[in-house]
Design a protein around this ligand. Structure first.
Ligand code: FES
Length: 507
């Protein structure tokens, strides 16, 4: 056993490591927020910690750093940052309150973030919200990497469940401490998350969701609550392995907006979508990878202070809008979409998605470009060349946008609709609330006919969970939505296989 000391914000924690195991494993057990996008394989470079030594702090990869007795290290500042948890819609809910005493919390179990909202169950009033980076990020950025962890480690599922449960309970406890009289705690929780997250929360193996036919052990259609340390816990019903309770809760929360022909899209590490058609919804999911959340991109980062969230060009060079102001440290999802749209507009990317080297790009861009070893370009957005996109980064974004666009095309085709017949597109999730619709249209992620019809809704999964917590009628409507969803499996679908490569191209 070795003791290591980890600075996390204001606190210094003493943690125990076993026989030189990687520091990442110790941080995981402690539920500390470290970004391990590749799941600890040493390939993403995102799990950096600051190792204190005689020569001052040095960066090191937590997954490659063996623990040593007395080691002192700090987590990067970004991992302490608070997380925006979206809007409350409790007050706007069309469903009547089912009043009872005490307090309860709605929780969005996002792959990247976990958000909670505390309510007074007698009045339906929202008392406060809190959010944090999902502590499971230390096990991988997306659900597939976390499933791989479960498959490859004895006790992996129990550890992931423990990390998630502890995080949810501590977020809710913190809310109670801040907003309730001393000693009072919440009695009920309503959770919504994707199918994998809900399985992990309940200690159910999500392994079958990773391979065809992608069937989950349960869709959580039973309404009876579970019990977590004295709390009654309900979960949102899922539709399929990759259309989960976050989507049904999202559809509940924006039910009054989704008119006759509208599309609901939640883009994160997966792209999940539902097309309102007649009395029900056609749903599908596409794999987008972590690119839209900054994962697996050279200068990608989450939407934290220092991230470029918007980008434009003033004729002389890029104009960057940085969260919190100051020096840019990376590009978050919305900044990445703007950057790609800008490169297309400038002619630095050709129709196939190739980032051009200086001698092939339009004249005038040469100072911003460099040729890489494969003959493609690297585009620099800052004079000090610290912020850039590579051809590989572009490819990841291209695959993600192509998958979303192809998914939309297949749903429209199944419904017998064309894009110009749609009344609107409603965007959920973190990226949805920050992205510039013009950029999403420019890169071809959404059909051009939707220009002017795109609305960002924020955290609809949390809003829907809040409604289901407060009202029995809302809960009944939520389960009714799940029953009215028809899942379209895209893996092996001939239409999707044809549409996907077409949507990789740029106009
Ligand atoms: S490099 Fe350490 S988790 Fe990816």
């Amino acid at each position: 056993m070795s003791s290591i000391f980890v600075r996390h914000g204001e606190r210094v924690l003493r943690l125990e490591g076993r026989g030189g195991e990687p520091v990442l494993d110790v941080l995981r057990r402690a539920g500390l927020p470290v970004q391990a996008v590749c799941g600890g394989r040493g390939t993403c470079g995102k799990c950096r910690v600051l190792l204190e030594g005689p020569a001052g702090p040095q960066e090191a990869l937590a997954c490659r750093l063996p623990t040593a007795d007395g080691m002192r290290l700090a987590l990067p500042l970004a991992s302490n940052a608070s997380v925006c948890c979206g809007v409350s819609s409790g007050a706007l809910s069309p469903f009547p309150l089912s009043p009872r005493g005490g307090a309860g919390a709605a929780v969005d179990l996002g792959t990247t973030t976990v958000a909670a909202e505390l309510f007074d169950l007698s009045t339906g009033q929202s008392l406060g919200r809190a959010g944090a980076w999902n502590a499971q990020a230390a096990f991988g950025a997306d659900v597939l990497t976390r499933i791989a962890y479960v498959m490859e480690h004895d006790g992996g599922l129990a550890l992931l469940q423990d990390v998630l449960r502890r995080q949810v309970l501590s977020l809710v406890e913190e809310l109670c401490r801040r907003h309730l009289p001393p000693g009072q705690r919440a009695g009920e929780l309503f959770l919504s998350g994707n199918t994998v997250m809900q399985h992990i929360a309940c200690g159910l193996s999500p392994v079958s969701i990773a391979k065809a036919p992608f069937s989950p052990p349960t869709l959580f259609w039973q309404e009876a609550p579970l019990e977590w340390e004295g709390l009654a816990v309900r979960l949102s019903p899922c539709v399929a392995g990759y259309v989960g309770g976050d989507i049904t809760a999202g559809l509940l929360s924006c039910g009054r907006l989704l008119g006759g022909r509208s599309l609901f899209v939640d883009v994160g590490t997966n792209g999940e979508m539902a097309l309102r058609c007649g009395d029900g919804f056609l749903c599908c999911a596409v794999a987008t990878g972590p690119a839209f959340e900054g994962g697996g991109i050279s200068c990608g980062m989450a939407g934290l202070p220092g991230a470029v969230r918007r980008m434009s060009w003033d004729g002389a060079g890029p104009v960057l809008e940085v969260i919190g102001g100051g020096q840019p440290r990376g590009l978050c999802g919305s900044g990445l979409l703007d950057a790609l749209a800008l490169l297309l507009e400038l002619g630095a990317v050709d129709q196939s998605g190739r980032l051009l080297p200086p001698d092939e790009a339009p004249r005038g861009l040469a100072p911003w470009l460099e040729r890489d070893q494969n003959g493609n370009g690297i585009f620099f957005f800052t004079p000090d060349r610290s912020l850039f996109l590579t051809a590989g980064d572009l490819r990841a974004l291209q695959l993600a946008k192509g998958a979303v666009a192809a998914g939309i095309e297949v749903l429209l085709r199944r419904a017998g609709l064309s894009a110009d017949e749609l009344d609107g597109l409603y965007l959920a999730g973190g990226l949805g609330s920050s992205l510039n619709p013009q950029s999403a249209l420019r890169i071809g992620m959404f059909p051009p006919q939707l220009a002017g019809k795109i609305t960002a809704l924020g955290n609809t999964a949390l809003a829907g969970a809040g409604e289901a917590l407060l009202s029995e009628r809302a809960r009944a409507a939520l389960f009714d939505i799940a029953r009215r969803c028809t899942y379209v499996e895209l893996s092996g679908d001939a239409d999707f296989s044809r549409a996907f490569p077409e949507h990789l191209l740029f106009d």
